[in-house]
Design a protein around this ligand. Structure first.
Ligand SMILES: Nc1ncnc2c1ncn2[C@@H]1O[C@H](COP(=O)(O)OP(=O)(O)OP(=O)(O)O)[C@@H](O)[C@H]1O
Ligand SMILES: [Mg+2]
Length: 225
């Protein structure tokens, strides 16, 4: 039932990849509908590459006129609804953000990414103001090196921490994650003979999914009290 959107005003920030990682991870134990709301339809393309688990469905959005109905419909059918958005502001993006219980903003540790993440947070805040509710959002450091951080990376990470909520888990830059776009399916379906580091990527994905659940539960608690 919770709706989780992936947004960032920067193209290539890691929205689709992070959505695939989370969607396939959540589908290990729950029903998931993923809505491809990016006209480029990279999520839809991924979904056709190999068979998906029976409780994971990917649907393409018909656009700004239908997105709200599509979200309502998905909410009534699945335990989690994930929305992959395009990398620029649009009415479709606004509508999806307005319906979200959590907006995840992937960002690399480069200045352009950080600026885009901060812009996106501001857009979400504005959207929340218009809808008269706070829309929970969190930045996900994505495509980051698993090694020790450089001075610049530390600086950017500090800047992002000041800007808003940030996931403790980072989705590191790993071949296993980028391979999903070629192989289709989830990390557990990748062939260890073709792709290295699948185990570490799975641990990384599990930690990410656990933190998403923790944030969603916290939000629900906060609403209830
Ligand atoms: N954690 C990661 N590890 C390795 N590669 C990654 C990771 N995240 C993203 N990538 C790679 O970076 C590129 C851009 O990622 P992705 O398509 O997820 O970004 P996006 O924000 O959805 O972009 P767009 O705005 O164009 O839709 C892809 O080639 C993807 O394979
Ligand atoms: Mg994308």
């Amino acid at each position: 039932m919770p709706v989780i959107s992936f947004a960032s005003s920067k193209g290539g920030a890691g929205k689709t990849t992070s959505a695939i990682v989370l969607g396939t991870e959540l589908a290990e134990g729950a029903s998931v509908i993923m809505i491809d709301a990016d006209p480029a339809q990279r999520l839809l393309r991924w979904s056709t590459l190999s068979p998906l688990p029976p409780n994971l469905h990917v649907v393409a959005s018909g656009g700004e006129r239908t997105i709200q109905t599509e979200i309502d419909d998905a909410k009534s059918r699945a335990a989690f609804v994930l929305i992959d958005l395009e990398g620029s502001a649009s009415r479709l993006t606004s509508f999806a953000i307005a319906e979200s219980d959590l907006v995840i903003i992937p960002s690399g540790e480069e200045q352009q990414d950080a600026d885009a993440a901060i812009d996106t947070l501001a857009e979400i805040k504005m959207e929340g103001r218009a809808r008269r509710r706070e829309i929970p959002a969190a930045i996900l450091l994505a495509r980051t090196a698993a090694a020790v951080k450089s001075k610049l990376e530390k600086h950017i990470s500090t800047e992002l921490h000041k800007a808003g909520r940030i996931f403790k888990t980072e989705l590191h830059r790993r071949t296993a994650f980028s391979s999903l776009h070629n192989a289709g399916g989830g990390l557990r379906q990748l062939n260890p003979e073709d792709v290295s580091g699948i185990d570490k990527a799975i641990l990384n994905a599990e930690a990410f999914a656990a933190e998403v659940i923790e944030i969603l539960e916290g939000n629900y608690d906060a609403q209830a009290s």
